[in-house]
Design a protein around this ligand. Structure first.
Ligand SMILES: C[S@@+](CC[C@H](N)C(=O)[O-])C[C@H]1O[C@@H](n2cnc3c(N)ncnc32)[C@H](O)[C@@H]1O
Length: 324
């Protein structure tokens, strides 16, 4: 009897940590920032304080993945090298922190919680900076798409709950010249938020409020509340509670927009959302990815109607609803 072969896709997935680790180590060592116009392995090893033979092996592997180029014995930056340097690198380094959390996945599946639970506000400054830079990286292209998807009707007052780098408030403010936004976030994060607002020249139109989205009231009279990448941090009961407080912050007829990784009804796809759910298992107390049906039910309970799903380029989608 011939054995059934393990599908190549699964065999490759078992080894999938190797390319990931090559890129994360190259980022940690700032290979892409220090390579300049090009360097031999020995020259680069000197610059980044590493062992030359090991450095050459790492660089060769990075070339094999397409992250660098090589001519004779010189390693050269790829055309997109800037995406690996500066603020973009800071954001990518968040994946190094995720790697550490994912290393405990087996334990988390056994216990149902993260191996190390630290609230975002309790993390050190380097972790927080990488986290918010990672949010900014993913928002650069998506924020204008979300503002566009929200339609042309003018918006006066917007509340951006857990607004992070303020990328979404900035995109909405650029689209709606009369809009004033409030970014609500943790007091430990708001100094970072303020830098992004300042850099965008939006200090006059985007304010900040410090608070805890798990329990605080969120204000009132807003035309629009945005929950971008927030609901996945919370369990079902906390999401319903947050949505009720968002309803309280909106004027009647105002709208809520939720941006999320949204699972299909069976919760087995898309893969990006199913995997993201585990990202929440290893990183949060009770967070997960949820389905459209779950969001719709919670929104109705919280006092919203007309729930509409609006697809975006993967991996996230939007849900719109109106405050009754
Ligand atoms: C996944 S990030 C999303 C950031 C932003 N909305 C975006 O989509 O780019 C989650 C945000 O929620 C904030 N946050 C987490 N826990 C919070 C809490 N208990 N109260 C207020 N903000 C919180 C974080 O600081 C962070 O800015």
């Amino acid at each position: 009897m011939s054995a059934i072969e393990l599908p190549e896709k699964l065999a490759a997935a078992i080894r999938g940590f190797q390319p990931s680790r090559v890129l994360l180590t190259a980022l940690e060592l700032d290979v892409f920032g220090q390579i300049g116009e090009g360097a031999t392995a020995a020259e680069l090893a000197l610059r980044i304080q590493t062992e030359p033979r090991a450095t050459e092996m790492l660089l060769n592997a990075a070339v094999s993945l397409g992250a660098l180029e090589k001519r004779q014995d010189r390693f050269l930056p790829a055309p997109f090298n800037e995406s690996f340097t500066g603020a973009r690198r800071t954001g990518l380094l968040h994946s190094v922190n995720l790697w550490t959390a994912w290393g405990h996945l087996t334990e988390s599946v056994r216990t149902g919680r993260p191996a190390v639970l630290a609230e975002i506000g309790d993390r050190d400054e380097t972790w927080q900076k990488a986290f918010i830079a990672a949010m900014e990286n993913s928002a650069i292209e998506r924020a204008p798409q979300v503002a566009e998807a929200a339609g042309p009707e003018p918006v006066g007052r917007m509340l951006d709950v857990g607004g992070g780098s303020a990328a979404y408030s900035i995109a909405f403010a650029r689209k709606h010249p009369r809009l004033h936004a409030t970014v609500f976030d943790l007091p430990e994060i708001l100094p970072l938020t303020a830098r992004y607002i300042e850099a965008a020249g939006m200090r006059e139109r985007i304010g900040t409020v410090a608070g805890d989205l798990r329990r605080d009231t969120l204000g009132e009279g807003f035309d629009l509340v945005l929950l971008s990448a927030i609901c996945h941090m919370l369990n079902e009961a906390d999401n319903i509670d947050l949505l009720k407080r968002c309803r309280g912050a909106l004027r009647r007829g105002g709208r809520i927009i939720i941006q999320e990784f949204i699972l299909d009804a069976a919760k087995t796809g898309p893969a990006s959302a199913a995997l993201f759910s585990l990202n929440m298992l290893v990183g949060t107390q009770g967070g997960a990815a949820y389905s459209e049906n779950e969001y719709t039910a919670w929104l109705r309970v919280a006092g919203f109607s007309d729930v509409v799903l609006h697809p975006l380029p993967p991996p996230t989608a939007l849900l719109f609803a109106t405050a009754v």
